[in-house]
Design a protein around this ligand. Structure first.
Ligand SMILES: Nc1ncnc2c1ncn2[C@@H]1O[C@H](COP(=O)(O)OP(=O)(O)OP(=O)(O)O)[C@@H](O)[C@H]1O
Ligand SMILES: Nc1ccn([C@H]2C[C@H](O)[C@@H](COP(=O)(O)O)O2)c(=O)n1
Length: 419
């Protein structure tokens, strides 16, 4: 295992390590070298005399990597001493897509040997590589010690590297693995993920059978297709229902009703699998849209913008500024997914949205909890919505009364869709 780490990091000079000590500031970036650097110390101001470790998932199978990494933080939180802080970490080659190896950096302020025992167990039984970090010498320089299993199951230090500062890369490492890990830009790419899950998630088979029966969607539709988007409790359901009545339209949603039996199950899966599920939901809905838009206008409650915006906002760590710039390919529309005539995003102040959530009184989904607790996540979702192209969304103020919002939207639809 560690040998593979060596083969993987055999070119360690081209890899950078990033540790998120604080989501409001840049990660600490460092590299490995065979000798100390003259440049300033790496961990100044963020580490005192804690014992430090890192562990990274190592597997060539991206489903296995996603599944194991998805459960790793929960496992560590359960088994490590409470004084051990778990920080997001990645190893990557700057500007090289798909080069990111995700993991965790552990700042262990405990005085027990429990952390080393837990890491030794993980090294013996799971697809991880483990390193420890020591600060020594007069110049208080840090070094990384790569662990390995001996034949009789003991842990030994395989290799030692000097930890030296690395330049801040142009793109935050979390943006390097969005395509086909968090967002899928073709039916085939999403489909392949669920195909690889059939043995570990039996429900995948039923979803794939439904997807196999999807209706083909044409590029052009006879009647306009209007998508209503927005965060939870912005008024999408209320508006889509009144719009449907006002226009004599057909109301659809994504994911479609036929996937409801499995949605909660896939919501528990790591992003790679969960987002492939939602992407396939959009293709199922696209088939229904193509069918229904032959007879009447179609209103859709959530579609591609939701799938891409939530996935990108979830994937991109740290500050709002770490989102890929507008115009990036991650905001592109899948070439094989039906494009709507118009996408309207309902916008609401946080206060009014929270009020409506409380008034509605329904149980909050995990996502709503995250949106409520995490202002930064909400900002990232809203910003990602705005950057998606092909078509871009038009923002609608959803704060007036339901009828005023309806009238405002009908005017927009008449103007844009000549309905
Ligand atoms: N324009 C409005 N003014 C005041 N209250 C509204 C308005 N539109 C909807 N509401 C109320 O806000 C709450 C949320 O509305 P709704 O369920 O339509 O939002 P939503 O975006 O579909 O939510 P979710 O995505 O979580 O299902 C409901 O109680 C609804 O009655
Ligand atoms: N087309 C869609 C619709 C929804 N999602 C995801 C995005 C969020 O994670 C969540 C929000 O849905 P809600 O709970 O408000 O129904 O569902 C998606 O990815 N694609």
């Amino acid at each position: 295992m560690a040998r593979r780490m060596m083969s993987r990091l055999g070119q360690w000079s081209s890899y950078v390590f990033a540790v998120d000590f604080d989501t409001n500031s840049d990660p600490i970036y460092f590299a490995l070298a065979s000798k100390q650097s003259e440049r300033p110390q790496v961990f100044r101001n963020v580490l005192a005399d804690e014992k430090c470790y890192s562990l990274h998932v190592q597997s060539d199978d991206k489903i296995e990597r996603a599944k194991f990494y998805g459960g790793l933080k929960k496992k560590l939180s359960k088994e490590l001493p409470p004084e051990c802080t778990i920080l997001e970490m990645s190893i990557f080659q700057p500007n090289v897509k798909d080069s990111v190896i995700k993991g965790y950096f552990l700042k262990d302020a405990s005085k027990s040997s429990a952390t080393e025992r837990v890491l030794g167990e993980l090294l013996r039984n799971d697809p991880v590589y483990v390193c420890s970090y020591l600060c020594g010498g007069e110049d208080r320089q840090w070094s990384q010690h790569l662990w390995s299993n001996t034949e009789d199951g003991w842990v030994e230090v395989l290799e030692k590297y000097c930890v030296v500062p690395a330049e801040k890369p142009v793109h935050h490492p979390s943006t390097l693995s969005i395509i086909n890990y968090d967002v899928f830009y073709s039916f085939e790419d999403a489909y392949k993920v669920l195909q690889q899950c059939v043995d570990i998630i039996p429900e995948s088979k039923a979803v794939l059978e439904l997807v196999d029966q999807r209706l083909e969607s044409k590029e052009k539709t006879d009647f306009p297709v209007i998508v209503i988007e927005g965060l939870d409790a912005t008024g999408k359901t209320t508006l889509t229902e009144s719009l449907t009545e006002a226009l004599g339209a057909t109301l659809l949603k994504s994911p479609p009703q036929c996937l409801s039996p499995w949605r909660a199950r896939f919501d528990t899966e790591p992003p790679l699998i969960r987002r492939a599920f939602y992407a396939l939901g959009n293709y199922l809905t696209a088939g229904q849209i193509g069918q229904e838009a032959r007879q009447a206008p179609v209103i859709v409650d959530r579609y591609w913008h939701s799938t891409a915006a939530y996935a990108i906002a979830t994937a991109v760590g740290g500050k709002l500024g770490n989102l890929p710039q507008a115009g990036s390919e991650v905001y592109g529309w899948p070439g094989d997914l039906l494009r709507p005539s118009l996408v309207l995003m309902l916008s609401l102040s946080s206060q009014e949205r929270m009020r409506r959530l409380q008034v509605r009184g329904q149980d909050k989904t995990m996502e709503e909890e995250e949106l409520e607790a995490n202002h930064l996540f909400r900002q990232k979702v809203e910003e990602a919505y705005q950057r998606i192209e092909g078509p871009a969304c038009i923002t609608v103020d959803a704060s007036p009364s339901p009828d005023q919002v309806l009238q405002q939207v009908l005017l927009l639809i008449r103007e844009k869709c000549h309905l």
